[in-house]
Design a binder for this molecule. Structure first.
Ligand code: FAD
Ligand code: NAD
Length: 483
């Protein structure tokens, strides 16, 4: 019988949390193996988890293609550029997206090799506090066993399913299915107006689909600053995204090659009652749940909360201290960069170094157009916490660069502590807000005040100047707007 191979660290999962943790562990001199069971549509093992295979990257590739189409269709004219006929070949667009995904997943393989991270394709299960059994995802048969001084669980999350709307190939799909559409549907229904609903709704509406989003909550984007959420809602509605709030799904079924949806308008039950809609496709985008149920048995004592998230402390240690859990499988926002930073922190901790994650400064971005991005506290959070604040804002209509780009929609809003002048939150609705928000995180990490930003020089003409002007406006000193 072959002896199980011994490692300093076994990482379960090669998504943005796991693969980053594995690389950093190896860089720190720890003998590291990463185990992942992902199989792509060609049946090949593929690294990068949800993010690279069916999440962040493919969705951004389609958002880019659809934005270019929209610009050619609606915006080129203003530049004097005429296009005699415009069409989209969804097959070519999807092939490009698949190539982007393929190249990036291969890139992780190369990074593993360069950093001497061993990789095993298969399903991992922790069988004792230092043993991991590997089995084949397909046959479920045991294929190997590993011994580890430390284990990092980075098994990610999966889409939440709805009993009222079971997936039906080609008609009722989850986010992964919605990234694979082969033509432009006439009418698309989306259950859930969160990050996925808004991004994928934007993709297909730009190509001409009628998109209806049915959202159970009464508030639109409840975790965003209210002012920004309202601006974004108005803008997306103008772009023909039909966002219906307080919409409770009753059932969805496929009949005559169409999806029939019944929902209730809970904001006005008397007047509205049950509503009916018919779609060519229905996308279910109602959140994700942690993958924590097949990784270990109860006897190990690794605790989970009532929603199945693995319980961890601020260092991401589970109730068994040398077993860590990071990324979507633990508390906090389900975001790739949050998981990656936890991966780095855990690797450093295992190597005996100090590291921490600042959970107060995780940037959020929704890649609609304009983009919605923020970091730090919202005005509502500050008020609820009894913090006295000042605010400053600057609209992009007053930015020279935004005008030159034809991107005048939106604004930057900065919230500062009224006593210390420290920046507490930055909220941006604009083109390239995803890039601008990095400045906001840096400001707050460096504990900058509005005065510090006001005294900083920004290149002209740039969208970043709006950050400068918003900081100036906190004290009524903005130059390019009336304070
Ligand atoms: P995952 O990426 O889910 O990876 C987990 C890995 O673990 C998988 O590869 C899986 O095969 C493996 N695994 C699970 N169990 C086992 C086991 N027992 N044995 C072996 N392997 C196992 N986030 C952003 O920050 N920005 C975005 O723009 C963004 N866009 C998104 C768009 C979509 C459509 C979706 C669905 C998600 C998006 N996200 C985005 C969220 C982001 O993808 C996740 O937060 C991120 O992938 C979580 O990383 P993770 O490493 O924790 O888990
Ligand atoms: P989400 O939590 O962002 O949004 C889900 C929405 O569905 C919520 O608004 C919720 O109220 C609604 N909902 C839940 N049940 C419902 C029901 N029965 N009927 C109608 N509406 C219902 O989740 P998501 O959009 O599925 O995305 C999953 C995760 O992936 C999120 O945690 C998100 O952070 C991440 N993600 C991030 C990005 C990004 O960073 N740009 C993009 C896509 C996904």
């Amino acid at each position: 019988m072959t002896m199980p191979e011994k490692y300093d660290v076994v990482v379960i999962g090669a998504g943005p949390a796991g693969y980053v943790a594995a690389i950093r562990c190896a860089q720190l001199g720890l003998k590291t193996v990463c185990v992942d069971e992902w199989i792509n549509h060609k049946g090949d093992s593929s690294l990068g988890g949800t993010c690279l295979n069916v999440g962040c990257i493919p969705s951004k590739a389609l958002l880019e293609s659809s934005h270019l189409y929209h610009q050619a269709n609606a915006e080129f004219k203003q530049h004097g550029i005429s296009v005699s006929s415009l069409d989209v070949d969804v097959g070519i667009m999807q092939a490009r997206k698949n190539q982007v995904v393929h190249d990036l997943t291969q890139g992780i393989q190369a990074l593993f090799k360069a950093n001497k991270v061993a990789f095993i394709h298969g399903r991992a299960k922790i069988t004792s506090t230092d043993s991991i059994e590997i089995s084949s995802r397909e046959t479920r048969k045991k294929t190997g066993e590993l011994k580890a001084r430390h284990i990092i669980i980075a098994s990610g999350s999966s889409p939440v399913r709805l009993q009222q709307a079971p997936l039906k190939n080609g008609y009722i799909v989850d986010s992964a299915g919605a990234l694979e559409l082969t033509d432009v549907p006439e009418r698309i229904g989306i259950i859930g107006a969160g990050a996925i609903g808004l991004e994928l709704g934007s993709v297909w509406s730009r190509f001409g689909s009628q998109v209806v989003l049915l959202e159970a909550m009464q508030d639109f984007l409840p975790t965003a600053d209210k002012k920004l959420a309202n601006l974004a809602k108005r803008s997306l509605k103008k772009q023909s995204l039909d966002i219906r709030l307080s919409a409770r799904l009753v059932k969805a079924e496929v009949k005559n090659k169409k999806v029939q949806v019944v929902y209730e308008d809970t904001s006005n039950p008397k007047a509205a009652g049950e509503q009916k809609e018919t779609f060519d496709k229905l996308i279910i985008a109602v959140g994700r749940k942690p993958n924590s149920d097949r990784i270990f048995g109860e006897e190990l004592g690794i605790e989970r909360d009532e929603r199945c998230f693995i319980l961890v402390n601020e260092r991401c240690q589970t109730s068994v201290p040398h077993i860590y859990a990071i990324g979507d499988v633990v508390r906090g926002p389900m975001l790739a960069h949050k998981g990656s930073e936890e991966g780095i922190m855990v690797a450093e901790h295992i190597a005996g170094n100090h590291a921490e994650v600042n959970y107060d400064l995780i940037p959020s971005v929704i890649y609609t157009h304009p983009e919605i991005a923020w970091a730090g506290k919202t005005e509502e959070e500050c008020k609820a916490a009894g913090i006295k604040i000042n605010t400053g804002s600057f609209p992009f209509i007053a930015s020279g660069r935004a005008r030159a780009m034809g991107e005048t929609e939106g604004l930057v809003k900065i919230i500062t502590d009224a006593e210390t002048d420290r920046v507490l939150g930055v909220h941006i609705f604009s083109a390239q807000a995803s890039e601008l928000v990095a400045q906001a995180v840096l400001m707050m990490e460096m504990q900058a005040t509005a005065e510090d930003i006001a005294l900083t020089m920004f290149a002209h003409p740039t969208l970043s100047e709006a950050m400068h002007e918003a900081a100036l406006s906190v004290h009524g000193r903005a130059v390019h707007i009336k304070n």
